[in-house]
Write a protein of this length. Structure first.
Length: 267
């Protein structure tokens, strides 16, 4: 099975050329399949009488959670359901109300979805031995990450810096979180950083920041399966799905696609 996909423009791209990585959290380093956000987005909309599909909940993944909710409300089917229930288009205050419901619910499920993805601590340790600095960004707020980070650290994964969505002017796909992470890591120019993410918004953020970008195909939002779900697929089915996911990421500008962060240390 292929573990790495590269686009032509990145033929000279090598981990040896960079001094730091900026990794996403859910679906990239923790929460195999990026399940926690999907569960909560669906529950929040269900509370107001709108059943959303998993695909709809996953569509805007990678953005700050309030932006994610806004994007979901702008989907034609969901907006039509909203107007059928409330008799008017949704407004900004509605986004804010849903977000207020989202935060405490997300916090309650995080403990069950903060398991570090297999191979990540070992890969990060190997990269650190090679001199790389390890930063991270997330669509979660600082309040939520205060729950996640100690749990991940207890499992052997603790980046040198984490920048949350509420610590910058706007989240992904804007570049601000990546810039802030670069500042905290003390790494520049931006071409000496690689952004690693399992979402299109995260890859776009890295590109907007002028970084190399590495997309994660198997453990994150794109495939959307936990470890058991992946292992239940036949080898040919899994390979076909990963090929399609890799092509999608490469078409969006990703310089490289890997199955998992665990593959980075072998590149």
């Amino acid at each position: 099975m292929k573990n790495v996909w590269r686009c032509g423009a990145a033929s000279n791209f090598s981990i040896r050329d960079i001094r730091g990585l900026v990794l996403d959290w859910a679906g990239t380093t923790i929460d195999y399949g990026s399940l926690a956000p999907v569960e909560v987005f669906r529950a929040v909309f269900q509370k107001i009488g709108i059943e959303v599909t998993e695909a709809e909940a996953r569509g805007p993944m990678g953005q700050a959670k309030i932006d994610h909710i806004r994007a979901m409300l702008q989907m034609d089917r969901i907006q039509a359901k909203w107007q059928a229930i409330f008799g008017r288009p949704s407004r900004q205050e509605d986004v804010e109300d849903l977000y207020e419901n989202f935060l405490p619910l997300q916090k309650t499920v995080l403990a069950d979805h903060s398991e570090v993805i297999p191979g990540v601590p070992q890969a990060i340790a190997s990269l650190r031995q090679g001199g790389l600095r390890i930063g991270s960004t997330t669509g979660y707020t600082r309040e939520l990450m205060d729950v996640v980070e100690p749990l991940a650290a207890a499992q052997g994964y603790a980046p040198d810096a984490t920048v949350c969505s509420d610590e910058v002017a706007s989240g992904r796909p804007a570049p601000w979180q990546v810039y802030r992470a670069a500042e905290k890591l003390g790494v520049y120019p931006m071409t000496q950083l690689a952004v690693v993410d399992d979402s299109i918004a995260g890859i776009q953020s890295g590109l907007h920041a002028g970084c190399w970008t590495i997309a994660v195909a198997m453990t994150g939002n794109a495939l959307g399966l936990d470890r058991a779900g992946c292992e239940a697929l036949s080898a040919s089915d899994l390979e076909e799905r990963l090929e399609q996911i890799a092509e999608r990421f490469l078409s969006q500008g990703a310089h490289m696609v890997v199955r998992s962060v665990a593959d980075l240390s072998a590149i």
